[in-house]
Design a protein around this ligand. Sequence first.
Ligand SMILES: *Cc1c(COP(=O)(O)O)cnc(C)c1O
Length: 429
Amino acid sequence: MISNSIALFERAQKSIPGGVNSPVRAFRSVGGTPIFIKNAKGAYLFDEDGNKYLDYINSWGPMILGHAYDPIIDAIKERAGFSTSFGAPTLLEIEMAELIKSMAPNIDLVRMVSSGTEACMSALRLARGYTGRNKFIKFEGCYHGHADAFLVKAGSGVATQNIQTIPGVTAGVSNDTLTAPYNDLEAVKHLVSEHKNTIAAIIIEPIAGNMGCILPEPGFIEGIRQICDAEGILLIFDEVMTGFRLAAGGAQQKLNINADLVTYGKVIGAGLPVGAFGGKKEIMQHIAPLGNVYQAGTLSGNPIAMIAGFTLLNILKQNPDIYVQLEEKTKYLQVGMEKVLHKHSVPFSINRFGSMISLHFSNKSVKNFSDAAACDIALFNKFFHAMLHAGIYLPPSGYETWFISNALTYGNLDYTINAIDAFFEKENK
Ligand SMILES: *Cc1c(COP(=O)(O)O)cnc(C)c1O
């Protein structure tokens, strides 16, 4: 029964565009009514009708230790009593920057912002200011937030809405955005030689998570790194999804590749609005007030947001075992799902890196956006609703990555695998 969610969705649509404050939440892709969440604890979400769900979104990543994790909630409560914002520097911001530097490679200076979008648009501006060049390359199906320059072939959100060109983004802006298919190094080489000395940056999700989870093929990112070095192009790793999720040092550490600039979001704020961008001093010193590339924010480094992120990152730093546990759990889910899907002869492709995983209904492996787009979306939608009915909350789009939290138990994973088994048992009859 979801009658309260149905009533709330009706009411929401009278005052909020589409009833939601971010499009994917509207369930447009999978159909049906979005579930209104009341609260959450650990691995579980509870909706306004009192239903309980195992959470495989985890706020799209930040709730890596599960919901309402006590040390984080306690820290937020304590800080709130100190006032919620000053618009002046604080000790906590230094501690946060030092903690980030101690975990992530290649960061001399880091600037806090309030979202992943802001982090990416600021990093791009900096790359342009630093190199004096205007164009940049992004990959089809990668999402770098909703700043104008990035809204070209921008992955799950826009793909789910089936929007091709975005009204409001001028051709002047889009003309500086060059795109290549993910995992296609030749396409990158071609773009670079065609636009010699005009490309400021190549931005990439080092493990892509916005067209399902897609892994870089061996040599792909290494090849990009070489091109960047040879051509004076900055390599920007968008680690908004992967940062502090795959490892303390994110994808840079896991792939052993250095980026020139790195952007963060999601996990870095533990569920509060936080983003960050950082890199080598030589580049970062061009940001105001050190340099002339302007970037600012009234609520940047907000103390409540900082204490939440600081507390979470500190726990992750002190307990590297968490990453091992997350990986083991996600692998267990992968192996369990593979077994069940084989048993029912379902064409599928599962991609996983660490605790990011996605299930595509396709009989070929999924290596770029076209592959992801060719999957059986109708089957995914039916599957999604069956899972929701079984109390399993998956991302409401076949283009999204599932995020595992360490609050999920092996019992929860078995429950999920059994529910998948039961769905295909019925489906194949
Ligand atoms: C979520 C995401 C963003 C945007 O972050 P917001 O906080 O939603 O603005 C940017 N890049 C990647 C890779 C993301 O997954």
